[in-house]
Design a protein around this ligand. Sequence first.
Ligand SMILES: [Zn+2]
Length: 295
Amino acid sequence: MLTYEGLKKEFVPCPLCNSSSTKKIFKEETREIVTCKRCSMVYVNPRPTSEAIKQLYSTGISRWTTSKEYIDKKTPFFEDLLSRVQMIKNGGKILDVGCGIGLFLKLARENEWEAYGVDISNEDVKYAREKFRLNVHLGGLIEANYPEEFFDVVTMWDVIEHMADPLSHFKEIKKILKNGGYLFILTGNIDSDEAKQKGVEWDFLSNRSHIVFFSTQTLGEFLDLAGLKMICLPNSTILPEFASSHMIRKAMKKMKILVREPATFIDLLKKAYAILMKPKQTHDSSMMILATKKD
Ligand SMILES: [Zn+2]
């Protein structure tokens, strides 16, 4: 059985800014985690080659994901994530990147979504296709080659931390996302209090299959480089400015409120809402990010 220790590794430049100037922050016998001196991105270096990662996932690292225990444990988790998606958007075409056995997509389909998935694990994709009859591509997102402006929503639940090249994935998502579509990301927050307190003992850092570690700042920079923009902060709190204008516009439409100067009116309400609903910053060790295409 293939293990992390046995994987072929290589030195790589910073996946965000391409600099090779780094500082070691954690060193273990078989793994080093560094931070980029230029942009403060945190990543494993040397890290397993892309080929080695693919090999690892296709040989059954995810065997437990087809167990009943996994399904029972993860179903409420994905139900919660779907309800968050549906606060923003209801129905349409949804793509789950790194969909595994397709548990999230199965729930989405039950809620009238047209569901698509990609995953690099043979075993998981087989399960998704055979047991759940889902439309899942076996392989990477880029080679799946979806049409431009195809999806209303793209989700990446606990997957970007496994990616050797997150930027090319975000660029692809920008291409396949409809104008006005949304990208949802769930990942660990390297700037969180828990990460700082526990260091390498933090579950997220101790997981050997995680090779890149994001903060809201570095993730925001990745999205920006890909032509996307972040509109949501950690702790699953929707950024007040976004939530308020989105909700106010919806409410105004519903109540047929006509305001002579809607922009000024909305601006005023937004300020009030922002004060009342200040998002918590980095207390939670995982962060949910919502992004759209830049205008
Ligand atoms: Zn960098």
